[in-house]
Design a protein around this ligand. Structure first.
Ligand SMILES: [Cu+2]
Length: 162
């Protein structure tokens, strides 16, 4: 048997307890042996399979678990001098077309899945140098008449690359 913990959980949840302490449960790797970061987007939070990876190629997958809203996953170096400006510009945008472009504000983006529809899954590969990165969603949803950036509702997390 050569399944990683995630695959065991998906395929045979009852067996995980039996094998959890043994050698049979390996670290999950993506295509080509690159480590995988699996993100699940909910309304409005992320769950990540891991927030710590070795430097090099990393496979990212985003599953949008929402039944209602688009979500996305951007990965970029944590230090972003214009991030606050972008959030302010998005908050000031009216719904329906005047959203600002992330690329005008974010520096060094290593990969993204943008505007993923509810129920969908998408992935990308990125090559990461060591350092702190951030993983975030910048979809804007109008709540009670006010544009809200998902980032500001908690949809962001640090990825440590070593
Ligand atoms: Cu989102």
């Amino acid at each position: 048997m050569n399944l990683c913990r995630r695959e065991l959980l998906l395929r045979m949840p009852g067996l995980v307890a039996l094998f959890a302490a043994g050698d049979l449960v390996a670290a999950c790797a993506g295509p080509g042996g690159a480590p995988s970061v699996d993100a699940v987007a909910n309304d409005f939070s992320f769950q990540f399979s891991r927030t710590n990876v070795p430097a090099g190629k990393v496979h990212f997958t985003l599953k949008n678990n929402s039944k209602t809203y688009k979500h996305e996953l951007w990965v970029y170096p944590q230090n972003q001098p214009k991030l606050k400006d972008m959030l302010a510009a998005k908050d000031a945008s009216t719904s329906g077309g005047s959203d600002v472009s992330e690329e005008d504000y974010l520096q060094g983006v290593v990969g993204k899945v943008e505007d993923l529809d509810p129920g969908k899954t998408a992935s990308f590969d990125a090559t990461l140098a060591s350092g702190p990165y951030e993983m975030a969603c910048f979809v804007v949803t109008t709540m009670v008449g006010k544009p809200m950036v998902h980032y500001e509702m908690g949809m962001h997390a640090i990825l440590t690359v070593q």
